[in-house]
Design a binder for this molecule. Sequence first.
Ligand SMILES: Nc1ncnc2c1ncn2[C@@H]1O[C@H](COP(=O)(O)OP(=O)(O)OP(=O)(O)O)[C@@H](O)[C@H]1O
Length: 395
Amino acid sequence: MSKYDDLFTAAANEDSVFIDKGALDPLTEPDEIIARDPKEAELASILNGVNEGYLPPTVSIHGPPGTGKTLTTRRVCREFASRHSDCAVEYVNLKECRTLFSAANEILLEVAGERKKAYEGLDGIFEGIWTTLEEYPEYTILLLDEVDHIKHDSNYDVSDFFYRLLRGEGKLKRDITLSAWLISNQLIDVDLRLDSRVESAMGEESVYFGPYDMGRLDKLLHPRLEQGFRDGAVPDEVRSYGIREASKRWGDARKTISLFRNAGELANERGQARITKACIDDSLDATNKEATLEKLKALPYNCLVVLSGMAFWRDKATGEIAKSVTTSEIVDATERIRPESALGERAVRDVLRELETIGLVNTWIESRGQGGRVKKCETTFDPEWIGQALDQLKE
Ligand SMILES: Nc1ncnc2c1ncn2[C@@H]1O[C@H](COP(=O)(O)OP(=O)(O)OP(=O)(O)O)[C@@H](O)[C@H]1O
């Protein structure tokens, strides 16, 4: 026997709680969309416009993460297009696009299979898009996913980008019918502060995907748990407990699927034939931490500077990171940690407002008698994770 035979024998787990772990990967496309019939009907009714000679210029598909926006919208649109030769659907995810130029180039790549060079500018890219779409069926639906990730950059303005997409000269000249479906966590015209000329060019249509309640999460998880786990590995009361906690905390299908997979891994590590409530509890903490670290790592630079400033001060007695700090303490800390990117009081307040909106920080005003009033803040998660997120970003 080679050392690898021993290695693989030791790694094999005859008593694993899993029989098909792939079923517990949220990236695995399910055969069926579950518990979203009303949303599928709303989307179908908008699509039916093709039969009536009209598609809205934009449709906003919004709602919190993991609520099935992408899965449902893509599936329903594709099924529709496969039944209507006068309709084409293209899907582009804008998550990794750092500039508006690269976002437009992603769209061009999807429709034409090529990218333009920087010197051709947005004009060149949009010209390429319209020339290609001229050859397309009468109606084109462009699904733009994670559209809230695009931001103003030093060369172009988001409103300008959308104006070209909706009312570009090349498009109007060729009489192209394009319906842009904007998938995001926020209502896009509010989030991106689009100007009024763009707002008036956008459609009114919007479809909201709310968080999943317990009943829906249960239905959604049922086939995955059946397929993923051995018979009896997830006792009924543990399954209900996990689903109840997941719906209370997140209402997010992706996180709930991961919750059960992590809990199964913990049961295996602990040599248990079944998942217990303790595995769910530990997995809830781990899933929460994982999700928060992901959120932190995706934040803009100034947000990370402010959070580092919050985690700078230590409690003298315990040595732990101070639970709450004032805005001037944050300003002071940013000067000490990163003098080159230190932030003033006003900038810190703006960033704190942003962090509070996305649920990472709580702020309040504290009265100090004669000393006046100060704004205080604390993180909604363990502040030690800030350092961990920064370390992961350096890796
Ligand atoms: N109704 C559903 N039926 C079956 N599986 C679902 C359903 N909703 C979500 N899922 C599962 O959860 C995963 C995440 O869903 P999806 O990507 O559509 O969410 P989203 O709302 O677009 O999330 P985000 O805003 O984070 O992009 C899907 O890949 C799928 O595995």
